[in-house]
Design a protein around this ligand. Structure first.
Ligand code: BV8
Ligand code: ZN
Length: 261
């Protein structure tokens, strides 16, 4: 069948048709079209004077718990308002057309799950799993969430229901190690895959950014989807320049995996 979708290389379609184990590795760019600010530009208003890397740390939480908690509550409000976009849906649909597909995400929102992806590994935790900063007991959120479209505000973190220490966001901060279970399962999936998509990530944060390199080393085909260049450009077999919500549905259509109407 002639490839009517101009910029999906036939070699990529062939690799996709032959793939048995696929890994879809995603970053904040896959949620951008759902209105969730990518990590690098999640700093407006109150936080505009902070650098994301400085704010997403245990030190920042210790020094200004209300600024950090307020930032995460603002981001959680965004995530709760957001809807999965066509990229999330195409990734969920793709799993129906290949023998095995694992989603490994750096994102802390739950849009992959809400789009129907069954196997999702969160390397950097989740906005929806707060825990005690001292005894690590999981905490429930109070029903309401702050609705701060911008500017945000300081919010004192709640006290742990068990030991009264401050509750912290359930995410992995810079300088913290990734959850061993998540990292091991992502590593195993990448070792075994024959095709890895790297979608919407600047490929700058480690150890997550090692995963596409690992896939290349294991002989997998690596496909990158990003409107901008990243350090992965030089190594990926295919670089599809564009927005995930635009490219992913076209990729499935070109492969004859058209989204179920
Ligand atoms: C660890 C959760 C040690 C929190 C995050 C020097 C060299 C190398 C490494 C280091 C170093 N110094 C320090 C380190 C280690 C550090 C690190 O890698 N730093 C980097 C910045 C150099 N890593 C760590 O600290 C990690 N832990 O190493 O522990 C250790 C070891 C052993 C024992 C104990 C300790 C922990 C890293 C996890 C940090 N937490 N997130 C939160 O979310 O607040 S990472 C954070 O950045 C985000 O969560 C995100 O996951 C990650 C990467 O960002 P991206 O997802 O790529 O998003 P970004 O905004 O950067 O880019 C968006 C992309 O989308 C762009 O490319 C854009 O073009 C594209 N895009 C935009 N629109 C679209 C699109 N793509 C497609 N479609 C669109 N429409
Ligand atoms: Zn506690």
């Amino acid at each position: 069948m002639k490839n009517t979708h101009h910029d999906i290389p036939p070699a990529l379609l062939q690799a996709l048709h032959q793939a048995r184990r696929v890994v879809v590795f995603t970053g904040a760019g896959v949620s951008a079209e759902s209105g969730i600010a990518t990590f690098r530009d999640a700093l407006t208003g109150l936080w505009s004077r902070f650098d994301a890397q400085a704010l997403a740390t245990p030190e920042a939480f210790r020094e200004h718990p209300d600024v950090v908690w307020g930032w995460y509550e603002w981001r959680r409000a965004q995530a709760l308002r957001a809807k999965p976009n066509a990229a999330h849906r195409a990734i969920a649909e793709l799993a129906r057309h290949v023998p095995e597909l694992a989603v490994v995400t750096q994102n802390v929102d739950d849009l992959h799950e809400r789009a129907g992806s069954a196997r999702v590994t969160h390397l950097h935790g989740s906005l929806h799993a707060p825990r005690c900063s001292a005894c690590a007991a999981p905490q429930a959120f109070a029903a309401e969430h702050p609705d701060e479209p911008d500017g945000g505000r300081r919010i004192a973190p709640p006290a742990c229901a068990r030991c009264r220490a401050p509750v912290r966001p359930g995410v992995v901060w810079f300088g913290e190690s990734l959850p061993a279970e998540a990292w091991n399962s992502a590593w195993r999936a990448v070792q075994a895959c024959d095709l890895l998509f790297s979608i919407g990530t600047s490929a700058l944060v480690y150890p997550a950014a090692e995963l596409p390199q690992r896939a290349l080393a294991s002989g997998a085909t690596v496909v990158q989807i990003n409107p901008a260049a990243t350090p992965l450009d030089a190594h990926a077999h295919h670089n599809l320049r564009g927005a995930a919500a635009d490219v992913m549905p076209r990729l499935l259509a070109a492969a004859g995996f058209g989204l179920a109407v």
